[in-house]
Ligand binder design. Structure first.
Ligand SMILES: Cc1ncc(COP(=O)(O)O)c(C=O)c1O
Length: 381
């Protein structure tokens, strides 16, 4: 997909800053980059504000982000085939990935395949960059599992280089993921059809361990796919307001990865210049601190979600209807079998707020409201 990607146009300011930063001579006078310096010639750090990051983000943070996603020992990572840039959270990673694919794939990545229902932002952000959307049904309503045969059929019929957006774990809105064996079959089918994986992963660690939730991404990387991976730190590091994310592009060689990096650098420069700094620094602090990592907050969040699932199921299992999806789904979400009217009644009669498709955020349940929610569901049914 990326073999014809060229070096991006030179950004003289970027190169100048790099040169000046690398010059350790005491005689250095840096009059280049447009920031206010103090009397000592240093970046002037105001009382409560720190300087901004470089265009492509905080390098230490990007290293940690790639390790969280691919594992420290990942061969493609060690050999420089994966290039990573900081983005405006997961949404920004998705946008940058779509923009990059559309601009730099030599008009190969024209169609994007979406299993629906899915996260509402994929369609507008892909349309925005001029990609054609092809939809297929993601769920088999009979079994409540992924409509896997249809997915395989779409893959085999798609023109080569078509893009398939895949949520790696904790599917939003359904909570229904592929099994590990399905990921392996899908990978083989996608290889054979020469279609392009576009992974989005916004809930890593909320379904299983971070490693388990990255299973598909690590598998596809090991199998030598070129692909994009959009990583969010909103939910699993609690950095919603900091807009902290990463786009990783896995390439077939380190030379291609360097060119891809250069194109991404240009797109970032033209669109938002650099990413917010604090989120990445907070991630670094956590990753560097054994004490903070030992807090294991993510696994506590995950087990609380599981407890809530078990309790809601216990409260509803005697009510007519199939409630197995509460236990069978993973992550923050689950779609309850409720009609639009029933969802509206939950809101108007019981002040319980959920979208009209019945999707509930399981973590919104707690010991003070779960009985009331279950009774209200029975009432509207
Ligand atoms: C599937 C999916 N991808 C990406 C995102 C992006 O999240 P953010 O931009 O907060 O990182 C979300 C957020 O809801 C999501 O559900």
């Amino acid at each position: 997909m990326f073999e014809n990607v060229q070096q991006g146009p030179v950004d003289p300011m970027f190169d100048l800053k790099k040169l000046a930063d690398n010059d350790t001579s005491p005689e250095k006078v840096d009059l280049g980059v447009g920031i206010y310096r103090n009397e000592n010639g240093q970046y002037h750090e105001m009382e409560a504000i720190k300087e901004y990051e470089s265009t492509t983000g905080n390098p230490q943070f990007l290293e940690y982000a790639a390790q969280i996603m691919f594992g420290e020992k990942c061969e493609a990572l060690v050999s420089g085939q994966i290039t990573s840039v900081q983005t405006i959270s997961g949404t920004g990673a998705n946008h940058l990935a779509a923009l990059f694919l559309k601009r730099c794939s030599g008009s190969k990545a024209n169609s994007v395949y979406l299993g629906t229902p899915t996260w509402g932002n994929y369609e507008p952000l892909c349309s925005l960059v001029g990609m054609d959307i092809v939809k297929y049904p993601y769920l088999d309503p009979e079994s409540g599992t992924v409509n896997f045969d249809t997915l395989l059929e779409m893959v085999s019929q798609a023109p080569p280089q078509s893009v398939f957006i895949l949520q790696a774990c904790c599917h939003n809105p359904l909570g229904v993921d592929l099994t590990q064996s399905q990921w392996r079959k899908l990978a083989n089918a996608m290889k054979e059809a020469s279609v392009f994986p576009f992974f989005d992963i916004a809930y890593q660690g909320l379904g299983g361990s971070q490693e388990e939730d990255a299973y598909a991404i690590r598998l596809f990387t090991e199998m030598g796919f070129e692909m994009v991976v959009c990583q969010s730190f909103s939910k699993n590091f609690g950095l919603y307001g900091e807009r902290c994310g990463v786009l990783h592009v896995v390439c077939s060689t380190a030379t291609i990865a360097a060119k891809v990096y250069d194109q991404l650098r240009c797109l970032i420069r033209w669109e938002f210049a650099s990413s917010p700094a604090y989120g990445s620094r907070l991630v670094n602090l956590i990753m560097e601190s054994p004490r903070l990592r030992q807090l294991c907050e993510l696994s506590l969040m995950r087990s609380r979600i599981l407890d809530n699932r078990r309790e809601l199921f216990r409260l509803l299992k005697h009510v007519p209807g199939d409630w197995n999806m509460i236990l069978a789904t993973k992550g923050l979400f689950c779609c309850l079998p409720l009609s639009l009217l029933q969802c509206e009644q939950l809101q108007s009669k019981h002040r319980i707020y959920l979208p009209g498709n019945g999707r509930i955020n399981i973590s919104g349940l707690n010991s003070t409201n779960i009985d009331r929610v279950a009774s209200a569901i029975v009432d509207v049914l």
